[in-house]
Design a protein around this ligand. Structure first.
Ligand code: NAD
Length: 368
């Protein structure tokens, strides 16, 4: 494989190998125009090195766009540990990983993602200051699903404004897929506002728990099956479980006017974003809607402050409205408008970065 052709968009890719702890990891830094790279660390028993590399390259690029959309001073990065989270973890492995992160001298900040927990990073944080999202007891900022779910609510408000002419949540019917950490909080908030919901979660206990709470809230909940959820007569579909759920089959079934939820990578392929536009369904790009958690970890470096995070999360509302405006005025689907919106932010910052780069003290000055 010609590695440089393969990673041509990325600034730096680091292979981390520590036979004494069994650590095999890849750190990918995609773009540091906005600041040091930030992105979680995923642990999976990848079938091959190439599969792990593909994943980390794709995910780190996604972080560049997500950071730009959320307007945080970080660039795109991600890391993957090749291993089975159920049997290959040890405190030493995460300390070794922390040492590799530290060797990048602040170019890369990381924390938990699929397969890793905040507790794993307590070990890594002993070796480097470049760790975010440790438990609150260790100075972290706590459960990221709180700002993420709030961001989803702002996302739905902006979507309602664009699709129905009013940001009001009430008077609308929502179909929610997934009642986990994010979906449950969103469902409760919507019920408090008197909204009616159709819900489905593969975990029956989660559905039962919402049905039990519903009588104390204002709206009505109807539990439906996995397939029914796509064709119920709701106004807004709120995916909070899996990716790839917007595909040929489901888009054909959907009766909603808009989609806004937290699930990552909702479009199975980009062309499904085009298909939604053709069908007149307004799609809120996932990485803008679900940025609350990222905003929280990015903010952590200023010292945890929940109020400040919630305030910053509010900007999801105006960012999304800008994306909808761009989409309408340029006649492009919303997922493309979101990418362009981020690329414009990156270009503007590149210009500012290069403007001041020349005024930096030259190296020979430092020696004097
Ligand atoms: P979670 O694991 O707490 O909840 C996911 C829920 O989806 C669970 O209740 C699970 O039973 C359900 N589920 C799984 N498969 C399903 C299926 N086929 N149909 C319906 N329900 C199904 O996760 P979460 O933290 O609530 O995150 C939800 C989504 O939002 C994920 O895609 C996640 O990547 C994304 N996200 C979360 C955060 C965050 O801060 N937690 C931030 C950004 C994005």
């Amino acid at each position: 494989m010609d590695m440089f052709t393969h990673i041509h968009e990325h600034e730096q890719v680091v292979l981390c190998n520590d036979p004494s702890t069994g650590l095999k990891a890849i750190i990918a830094i995609h773009d540091t125009t906005l600041g040091p790279a930030l992105g979680g660390c995923r642990m999976r028993p990848y079938a091959s090195f190439d599969e792990a590399l593909e994943d980390v390259l794709r995910l780190s690029k996604g972080m560049t766009y997500k950071c730009a959309a959320a307007d945080v001073d970080f660039g795109g990065g991600k890391s993957v540990i090749i291993g089975d989270p159920s049997k290959d973890k040890s405190p030493e492995l995460f300390r070794a990983f922390g040492q590799f992160v530290d060797s990048l001298n602040g170019r890369f900040y990381t924390g938990t993602d699929m397969g890793t927990t905040p507790e794993d990073f307590v070990h890594a944080a002993k070796e480097t200051n470049c760790i975010v999202g440790v438990p609150e007891a260790y100075g972290g900022s706590g459960d990221s699903s709180v700002p993420t779910s709030l961001g989803v609510i702002y996302g739905i408000q902006a979507t309602n404004e664009a699709a129905f002419g009013s940001k009001n949540l009430s008077g609308k019917v929502y179909s929610i897929q997934g009642l986990g950490k994010v979906g449950m909080k969103v469902a409760e908030h919507l019920l408090e506002q008197g909204c009616d919901l159709y819900v489905y979660d593969i975990n029956e206990k989660a559905v039962e728990s919402l049905l039990e709470k519903a009588p104390t809230l204002n709206g009505q909940v109807k539990a439906v099956t996995a397939d029914e959820l796509y064709s119920v007569p709701a106004d807004v579909f709120v995916p909070c479980a899996l990716g790839g759920i917007l595909n040929d089959e489901t888009i054909e079934a959907l009766k909603v006017k808009a989609i806004a939820g937290s699930a990552n990578n909702q479009l199975l392929a980009e062309r499904h974003g085009d298909l939604l536009q053709q069908k007149g369904i307004l799609y809120a790009p996932d990485y803008i809607v679900n940025a609350g958690g990222l905003i929280q970890v990015a903010d952590e470096l200023y010292g945890p402050n929940k109020e400040r995070v919630l305030k910053k999360t509010e900007a999801i509302y105006s960012s999304l409205l800008q994306v909808y405006k761009y989409s309408e005025s340029h006649g492009v689907p919303t997922y493309k408008a979101a990418d362009r919106f981020c690329e414009e932010r990156l270009e503007a910052r590149k210009k500012r970065n290069s403007m001041f780069a020349h005024s930096k003290r030259p190296k020979w000055d430092i020696r004097n």
